[in-house]
Design a protein around this ligand. Structure first.
Ligand code: PLP
Length: 360
């Protein structure tokens, strides 16, 4: 027998893991600096670690109260109804929930190129097809309503990423409103704010007050430092929020993840410190890196370095793991995650050494 036709499906290529690279190079993982996956430079909130330790004793139970508690906490934070909070196994899991709730077989979605690889994957898992809108490098990857609407042709879901991965560019609230207004009534605009905490701009959540065709995506993987436990959510309009109960997998958010997220939400200091250090690191990279960069609102900076594969390989040999953006269709760019001050300095020094040799 065979699985269904998966020929249009692609494989997600994650940034390389620290253990994987350490083993390959035969060095201690502690000697490596990993700035490849936009993870939190300070790790998780210590409060989240404590919460996981103390909830470990209860892991034989299905997560019911913890799911309800977390949803209530998030609804309170965003001033919305609890039904509007769709928890998922990471932001990716919440994207799956949206695709499952929206897509009939064969319906098309519109995704950014370059852009986050999981949007088209999720749509295809749910029997959708994929079209792209282009963000142009010549235009510094500007995210405007026109860029999206130019390529829009009645798709069921339009994915916007703000701040965008890997460019760091943002949409204005007006641009998102314009896109929602100028697309079909039955088109959902998903605003992925996975990096929202790092931006100075307000969330697009305010648009849900008078629209039923916008959903916001958030995750605990980035600013909250919980990528390993897999927890994220969508905020959806009240009018169709009850669809979640019909499409959610039972217990999709784990007990440990919900408890960790609850604790992390109460640790403002950890988020504040992470956001502040990311802002410092962005400026440091713009100023000190011997390569062109794009202004970013996330915890990463895209830089033009020439042959990205060769540069990331060379950096890795010196213990610095960066993201080669070839898989994003940007073979001359690397994405550098904002690290601690020490790690960011080391990454920039290493890159500068490599870029200067390559260019000499
Ligand atoms: C990291 C990321 C997500 C969500 O990741 P999860 O770990 O699944 O929460 C969503 N969108 C973008 C653009 C991201 O970079």
């Amino acid at each position: 027998m065979e699985p269904r036709d998966l020929s249009s499906h692609t494989v997600y290529r994650a940034g390389r893991g620290i253990e994987e690279v350490a083993r390959e190079l035969g060095i201690d993982p502690g000697d490596l600096v990993k700035l490849a996956s936009n993870e939190n430079m300070f790790g998780p909130s210590p409060a989240a670690v404590d919460a996981i330790r103390s909830s470990a004793e209860g892991m034989h139970s299905y997560p019911k109260a913890s799911h309800a508690d977390l949803v209530a906490r998030i609804a309170d934070h965003w001033d919305c109804e609890t039904e509007q909070v769709w928890l998922g196994n990471g932001g990716d899991g919440a994207l799956d929930c949206l695709a499952r709730a929206m897509l009939d077989p064969g319906q098309r979605v519109l995704v950014p190129n370059p852009g986050f690889a999981y949007y088209p994957m999720s749509a295809r898992y749910h029997h959708g097809t994929v079209a792209e809108y282009s963000l142009s490098k010549a235009d510094d990857f500007a995210q405007t309503a026109e860029t999206v609407l130019e390529d829009y042709d009645g798709e069921r879901i339009v994915y916007l990423t703000s701040p965008h991965n890997p460019t760091g560019a943002e949409f204005s609230t007006d641009a998102v409103r314009e896109i929602a207004e100028d697309t079909d009534e039955q088109t959902l605009v998903v605003v992925d704010e996975a990096y929202g905490e790092f931006s100075d701009r307000p969330s697009k959540r305010s648009l849900l007050a008078d629209r039923d065709d916008i959903a916001i995506l958030r995750t605990f993987s980035k600013a909250y430092g919980l990528a390993g436990v897999r927890i994220g959510y969508a905020i959806v309009p009240e009018t169709w929020a009850d669809a979640y109960a019909r499409i959610n997998t039972p217990f999709s958010a784990s007990e440990l993840a919900c408890r960790a997220a609850l604790a992390a939400m109460d640790d403002d200091e950890h988020v504040r410190k992470s956001v502040e250090t990311a802002a410092w690191a962005r400026e440091y990279i713009y100023d000190e890196l011997a390569a062109d960069t794009w202004k970013s609102a996330g915890n990463f900076v895209l830089a033009e370095v020439g042959d990205a594969e060769a540069v990331t390989d060379a950096a890795q040999e010196q213990g610095v793991i960066l993201r080669d953006c070839s898989s994003f269709g940007l073979p001359d760019c690397v994405r550098i995650t904002c690290g601690t001050r020490e790690d960011t300095r080391r990454a920039v020094d290493t890159l500068n050494g490599i870029v200067e040799v390559t260019e000499a």
